[in-house]
Design a protein around this ligand. Structure first.
Ligand code: SF4
Length: 862
């Protein structure tokens, strides 16, 4: 996205400008096969997704392939693109999506399905596969929902089931091999169908019975009656993210992630991932340490997340975590484990985690009663849970999050009451030492159980919206208001998730109708409207409630031609064990439970359980500061010991000016880390680098004169070399222009010179208004903030205003005063008021901050 007017008109424009550090930015002509990897949700969600980044990294790692990215635009941008009849383009090369060979669309969750339609439509690509010939890019789906992609199957040409790492390269190679002979689309799909894990929806056709229910899925083309998911045998064999993308705009999971293991065999009976990512394949501790070191050095992130379905189950965690912390704690890099299971969160692990920042913990008992936890095979007791809370509070945590589901099979009124009792009991827990005293809070999050395909509960019913709402109310009323923070997932959203989760191809039309009626970003509470879907269902003659009902064990399921490798009989067995409350142990640590997946020759669980054996690993290196230089006597005299303060001048030009102040701060922090510049840190709960910034620059303003002051423990050496080094690690658009020793005091009053270039010549009337402003003593304007309007006199704030002459008839030079803690005005806002510009002209004005000077009164010298 390059259009200044568009970027000036939308919320959070930083989402659309690209330029992230480590973005591949490959030359278009250099590649044979080009992929646009599309995440069908907003940038802040899509950039947090590991899967897309892994494929991006793998494809770009091959010379002949190119991968660019695209995220779903927010509603404001969609509206503008439609008004201006502009097609949606990719993030890096800014190419229309129709220029690519493949659109690889992630299917991460059901509520993002309508975003796929938004992206296709904005790219001027027909929605249905049958309406696209070979001149359009191949539409390839994949991701968590790919094992029941039937609701979206009609839109896709091919869907990759299971792990994508090897398969994506197979697909790219096949397309490259056939680039010259250009097979017809039908022939190309037949070729793709031969690749393991590739499902061609057009090769299958559903048959519905007279009752409207799915009767059978018929293969009408291709050679395979069943498509099996692709399974990566060993995580160690695949190149992981050595150079993670570093977002410029704020995203949901803004950190570096390392997948420590894939798959979980704890056997929770509601959990789809527990089946569709089997078996457990751990990454070796050595590899994790190596990836952490290289990835953090290459990205500058301040947090490392150890990712897996249940990180606490990683068999070498108690050895690996201290190694990571030993290396990173002194660099103030924290380690987070977002998915911890009660029982695996040992005091030893908690002690390690809290060494830098106390990253949050979510404990997921899922059900309140021991009985229901037995039904779902959760395998944790109330005592485990209370003991974990006790430890966490004792170690100084104040907030713990609990996650529960309502509507699990066999749930009764007593199970709901048990949630309330459990939370009350956890609230009553006191930590065992001094640190445990003080105010504690438990955040209780509630979600409605959605039966998922390929799980033992795939035949179960889901609660109606009314039942779900009623149980949530019961919990809300029963939980103590003080000390708990109650949150719940919208029952209406869960309802639609349930429809799509076990839905079939009839839902494509429903989706199209609801989307045409305005359904957008359905996963976001503020945009979701169930009524649109209910009205669309009437048009399609569908009863949405039918999709939530219990299914018979012998019923044809829409996904039964798609195989996870786990036997159907194993799932049925687990369902009856659930009813009998029989526990199924984890095959990682106990005997194989015979789910039918592993052949124990090429595929088996990979667990690096080394017990108490000390690992022989080379200690990770500590960051070497660039501050090796000598301090001149003058410089040494101006610095406190251990605090060397430097004023750093930098410029901020081009599209990067559309980032906000906080986003720029984060970029600077991470750049300094990448350049091995070690700063001092603040004390307290969340230590942050001791860097002070000048006044915030308004979004959309370029600057040739920005600054920050950094406080370092040791002096810098050759400043020219340091500038070069930092610039090498900066993103395009930011550049360091000078570094000098400084007192460290941020000027409180600053004079700033701006140059404002309007898109058209300044009119005589505007010139006259400017002259009147200059001649006047005061110029009162009203400023509205948070609904409250206050009057300020902007005349004293503007010390110079010169309107362009005949040679320069669109430019205004303006000098303003900015003083901290006093009301001020943005340069564009001031110019709008002075000249009376219209909105369009104002949006298209280019503003550049040219220089600044401190106006602080100098202390008289003795
Ligand atoms: S086959 Fe056995 S070892 Fe493999 S995932 Fe299934 S239960 Fe576990």
């Amino acid at each position: 996205m390059t259009d200044r007017t568009i970027l000036s008109s939308i919320a959070r424009p930083g989402r659309y400008i690209g330029h992230e550090y480590n973005a591949a930015g490959k030359a278009w002509q250099s590649a044979k096969i080009r992929f646009a990897l599309i995440f069908p949700d907003l940038y802040e969600i899509g950039m947090s997704h590991q899967g897309l980044q892994i494929l991006y990294h793998l494809l770009n790692g091959r010379e002949e392939f190119l991968a660019d990215r695209c995220y779903c635009p927010d509603i404001d941008l969609e509206k503008i693109l439609r008004q201006q009849k502009t097609v949606l383009s990719s993030l890096e090369s800014a190419r229309p999506l129709t220029d690519f060979d493949v659109l690889g669309i992630t299917l991460p969750y059901e509520l993002c399905y309508t975003n796929i339609l938004t992206v296709l439509d904005l790219a001027a690509i027909p929605l249905y596969s049958r309406d696209r010939d070979g001149s359009f890019p191949l539409l390839l789906g994949g991701g968590a929902c790919s094992l029941n992609p039937e609701p979206v199957a009609d839109f896709f040409d091919a869907i990759l089931l299971g792990d994508g790492e090897e398969a994506i390269i197979d697909i790219a190679e096949l397309l490259a091999a056939h680039q010259k002979d250009k097979p017809a689309k039908k022939d190309l799909l037949n070729l793709l169908a031969e690749i393991d894990g590739v499902y061609i929806p057009a090769h299958f056709e559903p048959e519905y019975g007279s009752n409207g229910k799915l009767f059978a899925m018929h293969r009408i083309s291709g050679r395979k009656d069943h498509i099996s998911r692709r399974i990566l045998r060993d995580l160690n064999q695949i190149d992981h993210l050595k150079q993670p993308l570093v977002p410029n705009a704020k995203i949901v999971h803004d950190r570096m992630g390392i997948e420590v293991a894939r798959g979980c065999t704890r056997g929770c009976r509601f959990c789809q991932a527990g089946i569709t990512y089997r078996p457990v394949r751990e990454r070796s501790p050595e590899k994790i340490l190596e990836l952490a070191e290289s990835g953090l050095a290459a990205s500058g992130f301040e947090e490392l997340a150890l990712l897996s379905l249940s990180t606490g189950d990683y068999s070498c965690l108690e050895q690996t975590l201290p190694q990571l912390m030993d290396s990173f704690a002194e660099r103030f890099i924290s380690v987070a484990m977002p998915s911890m299971r009660v029982g695996t969160l040992t005091p030893k692990i908690m002690e390690q985690v809290k060494r830098v920042r106390k990253t949050g913990f979510t404990l997921a008992p899922e059900a309140g009663s021991e009985r229901l936890r037995r039904v779902i095979n959760k395998g944790i007791t109330e005592d485990d849970l209370i003991a974990t809370c006790e430890e966490a509070f004792a170690l100084g945590w104040r907030v713990i999050k609990f996650y529960f589901m309502i509507g699990l099979p066999t749930e009764t009124e007593q199970d709901i009451e048990a949630i309330i009792k459990l939370v009350r009991k956890a609230m009553a827990v006191q930590g065992g030492n001094k640190a445990g005293k003080g105010r504690k809070q438990i955040t209780v999050s509630i979600g409605t159980f959605v039966p998922k395909p390929h799980t033992p509960f795939q035949w179960e019913r889901q609660l109606s919206v009314e039942e779900s709402t009623q149980r949530i109310r019961r919990l809300q009323n029963g939980l103590p208001g003080k000390g708990t923070n109650f949150r719940y997932h919208s029952p209406k959203i869960s309802y639609l998730e349930g429809v799509f989760s076990r839905g079939d191809r009839r839902l494509a039309k429903l989706m199209e109708h609801a989307w045409q009626a305005g359904a957008r970003l359905d996963g976001w509470d503020e945009h979701f409207d169930l009524t649109r879907w209910q009205e669309a269902a009437v048009l399609c003659d569908l009863h949405l409630d039918d999709f939530l009902q219990e299914r018979a064990l012998d019923e044809t399921l829409p996904w039964q031609h798609l195989q996870t490798g786990v036997d159907l009989e194993f799932l049925k067995g687990q369902l009856s064990k659930a009813k009998e409350e029989i526990y199924t142990p984890d095959c990682r640590y106990h005997a194989c439970q015979k789910c039918g997946l592993c052949d124990f020759e090429t595929l088996m669980p990979i667990v690096y359980n080394r017990g108490n054996k000390t690992m022989d690993m080379t200690p990770l290196s500590s960051a070497t500061s660039e501050s090796a230089g000598k301090v001149t006597s003058k410089a040494a005299g101006s610095a406190e010991p251990g605090h060397f303060k430097y004023l750093v001048h930098y410029t901020r030009t081009g599209k990067i000016c559309f980032l906000g102040h906080l986003e720029i701060l984060q970029i600077i922090f991470r750049t300094l880390r990448r350049a091995s510049i070690v700063t001092n840190f603040s004390q307290g709960f969340n230590p942050s680098p001791k860097i002070s910034f000048g006044p915030a620059l308004p979004v959309g303003t370029e600057s040739l004169a920005e600054f920050f002051i950094m406080d370092l423990p040791t002096p810098l050496g050759d400043l020219g070399a340091i500038i070069e080094k930092i610039n090498d690690k900066l993103i395009p658009g930011l550049q360091i222009t000078g570094i000098e020793l400084h007192s460290g005091k941020i000027p409180q009053k600053i004079g700033i010179a701006y140059s404002l270039t309007l898109p058209t010549t300044i009119t005589d009337a505007e010139r006259k208004r400017a002259e009147e402003f200059i001649a006047g003593d005061s110029f009162i304007i009203g400023k509205t903030r948070k609904g409250k309007t206050t009057e300020i006199d902007i005349r004293p704030l503007i010390t110079k205003l010169s309107i362009g002459n005949a040679d320069n008839s669109e430019t205004v030079q303006m000098e303003m005063i900015s003083a901290s803690a006093e009301p001020g005005i943005k340069p564009m806002e001031a110019l709008n008021q002075i000249l009376g510009l219209d909105h369009e002209r104002s949006l298209r004005t280019r503003i550049v901050k040219k220089s600044w000077q401190s106006l602080d009164a100098k202390k008289p010298t003795a």
